[in-house]
Unconditional design. Structure first.
Length: 497
């Protein structure tokens, strides 16, 4: 059989032989291509530079981050789990079919897509595995990157031509991911855990989110770009435009129903840089790695600045020892002596409260008096806000606009109704914008639940009201579950129930 040759369109044709065929080609080359003139007497000859050329623009690079912030359907989860049983038994073809069904049911189910890539790699379908891994890498690179390179299912894949192509593409994604994290609104994805228990159990379940991811929301693409792998046993997080890192709290929430509940067991704060690598730059935990495990942390408060965090912890089992204070920076963790009074810090994180994880941001130089309801500016000017006398969950947040012309003040208040016929609690918020030159005060939002405010990299104000995040200028909402701060819970157990 004659050997194959590739034509210009990529098809294969048999080679031909014979002197007559060679002679015909030679004559055609000598004669040249026939030309058509526009005139019988004066043909027009076009210069090479004037000849039209066909140019095909390269396709734009794919968008990064996830556009689907909803959880996969229960059907898709069941399909994925059933397929995983096939995979564990070594029936990779059946596993691939099952994972593909899960992806069809919920296209944004990244775990099922990753599992599909592993099953396809096991069946030597390296191009299919590369396609699915590329899809996952483009949407959640920090969470899947390290895992994919250590996965036994993918060892042979990384040695294949398709694996080499993905590795080269991955290197470009790292730089693009880092650039994406530098633009947009620093935020988090928060999805509550669900429970069929009583009200107390439901409230405690809401302190243990099913999903917590930190990163940047890009309003122009409506995608969320993650900055780190998904944390295990998350409790809460703090994000801010002026910090070089986000803070994620992980640990154990111990259910109880008295006035000092809920309580924490061992927990950790991790400071995560806005980088595709996703590795923490600092960590601080309670108890320390060398300490004894405790089960009843009454409160834990972190004071956070650009250099690190100072953590105050009161342990129920060691109340006589008082509050433990430790400071973490890039140099490590050091124990410090606790003194009365709160620390001055631009960011405060109450790691565990009845209302969940509370965060407070205070712009440098600003202060607020609960007694007089006055805002004091860095220049010493006092502006009457006329709000703030109620029992507050925490001090108000104060976030200054990038142009310096205004400051946004966020009040979050709570109260318990502990009467014989009425046991209830409420969390409410009021968000005000204050013009520093004129002192004009405008109410931006008010209602039930938690609230927070932040400016994105373009200077646009975003306000979280309960579980909805909107751009203040046009009320365009971010996708579901994208928030600035953990939501609060209605503390039906605040009366000791």
């Amino acid at each position: 059989m004659s050997s194959p040759k590739a034509t210009l369109n990529g098809n294969m044709i048999p080679s031909r032989s014979g002197t007559w065929w060679t002679l015909v080609l030679f004559i055609l080359l000598l004669a040249g291509c026939p030309r058509r003139s526009t005139s019988a007497t004066s043909p027009v000859v076009m210069r090479a530079s004037a000849l039209p050329t066909a140019s095909i623009a390269p396709p734009p690079p794919p968008l990064l981050g996830t556009e689907d912030t909803e959880l996969p359907s229960e059907v898709a989860v069941a399909q994925n789990n059933q397929a995983f049983e096939h995979h564990k038994r070594g029936d990779y073809a059946a596993a691939a079919a099952g994972f593909r069904e899960a992806v069809t049911t919920s296209p944004g189910f990244l775990l099922a897509r990753y599992n599909l890539a592993c099953a396809l790699a096991r069946t030597s379908d390296t191009s299919g595995a590369e396609r699915e891994l590329r899809y996952v890498f483009e949407r959640d690179l920090p969470d899947v990157r390290e895992r994919a390179h250590k996965d036994e299912d993918l060892v042979a894949f990384w040695s294949s031509e398709a694996g080499h192509e993905l590795a080269a593409y991955e290197a470009t994604l790292v730089d693009r991911w880092r650039a994406a994290l530098a633009h947009g609104l620093r935020a988090m994805i928060w999805v509550d855990s669900k429970t069929q228990g009583n009200v107390v159990e439901q409230n405690i379940a809401m302190l243990r989110p099913k999903v917590l991811r930190v990163g940047v929301y890009d309003p122009s693409t409506r995608r969320f770009v993650t900055q780190s792998p998904a944390p295990r046993a998350p409790i809460g997080a703090l994000v801010a435009q002026d910090l070089p890192f986000s803070v994620v709290a992980t640990g154990v929430v111990n259910p109880c129903t008295n006035d000092n509940c809920p309580r924490l067991g061992a927990f950790e704060l991790a400071m995560l840089p806005y980088d595709a690598a996703g590795a923490p730059v600092m960590r601080i935990s309670h108890p320390p790695p060398s300490g004894n495990r405790t089960e009843d942390v009454i409160f834990a408060t972190a004071y956070i600045d650009a250099e690190g965090a100072t953590l105050d912890v009161l342990d129920w089992a060691n109340t006589n020892a008082g509050i433990r204070r430790a400071r973490v920076t890039a140099s490590g963790v050091t124990e410090q002596r606790h003194t009365e009074g709160e620390l001055k810090s631009p960011h405060r994180m109450d790691v565990i409260t009845r209302e969940g994880v509370g965060v407070t941001h205070v712009a440098p130089g600003f202060s607020f008096s609960q007694a007089t309801t006055e805002l004091t500016t860095p220049s010493g000017k006092k502006i009457k806000l006329g709000y703030g006398r109620r029992e507050s969950v925490r001090a108000p947040s104060m976030v200054r606009a990038p142009d310096g012309a205004s400051v946004v003040v966020v009040f979050v208040d709570s109260g318990c109704a502990c009467h014989e016929s009425n046991y209830d609690s409420k969390v409410r918020h009021v968000v005000m914008r204050v013009a520093l030159e004129t002192g004009e005060v405008t109410t931006v939002a008010k209602g039930a639940g938690n609230a927070e405010a932040e400016f994105d990299s373009d200077g646009q104000l975003w306000v979280q009201s309960d579980r909805t995040l909107e751009r203040a200028s046009d009320h365009v909402a971010a996708p579901a579950h994208v928030l600035l701060a953990p939501p609060s819970v209605l503390t039906s157990y605040c009366c000791g129930l």
